[in-house]
Design a binder for this molecule. Sequence first.
Ligand code: NI
Length: 274
Amino acid sequence: MGPVDLLLQQLWEDYASMNKQAGVIHKALEQRGEKIVNDHVAFRTFDIPKVGLPVLAAPFMALGYRDAGEAYDFKDKKLKARYFKHPDPDKPKIFISELKVGECSASLQKTVRGLVDQVPPGREGDGRFLVSGVPWKRLSWKEYQELLKESEYAAWMAAFGFRVNHFTVFFNGLKTFPDLAALNVFIKGLGYALNASGGEIKGNPRVFLEQSSTMAYPVPTDFADRKETIPGCYYEFARRYPAKDGRLFQGFLPESADKIFESTHFRPASGPAQ
Ligand code: NI
């Protein structure tokens, strides 16, 4: 196994250990005779230099990944994102987003900067940082709720830290489903809810990309003053279509990605996703 695959395997193990649905879905697909190809792997972070997007990208750059040269901006969620691709097209793309902390309230900034101040320096280029989890003292449940009110993304980061947010199955690599809707039926049949924000399928063939995702798997999580079960990581599915140049579209769609971010939301009526 080459160094890229080795890193990806470490990332998968960390992700699947926390997100039990990923392993179940993976296995169920394999039992149908599918061989799973990853489309992309996604990370979240804060745009503070010590832990910003370039710090998370560095281990991938060292293994031959390059910035794809596209920047995405999510104004309402105060996020920006970029993605990285490897010269070997079979390697998954790496999608990294970051919260624009300076655009958030003074109170959120204070909390987040307090967390990042606790991160040991010199993490850049270290692949282990990508699975380092929470390198700060746990927030209280109340502090978490305060973050959640303003930015679900910031609250997720505070609770789960540095680890994969989601893996994505490359639908085109599957052989036994006629379309993404059929895969969605299969996933729901396993008992997992899908993110229905903006419809279960985001995008369409005219924009060369269709995506769906589960709602994040609930994870018992430590807070300074108690333990609570909150939405953790989710699994995504992406079907790509040939763009005008005849080659499969490789980018992302801001409108769809905006809705996919909501896969870690608490479900309003019933609490955390089941
Ligand atoms: Ni994604």
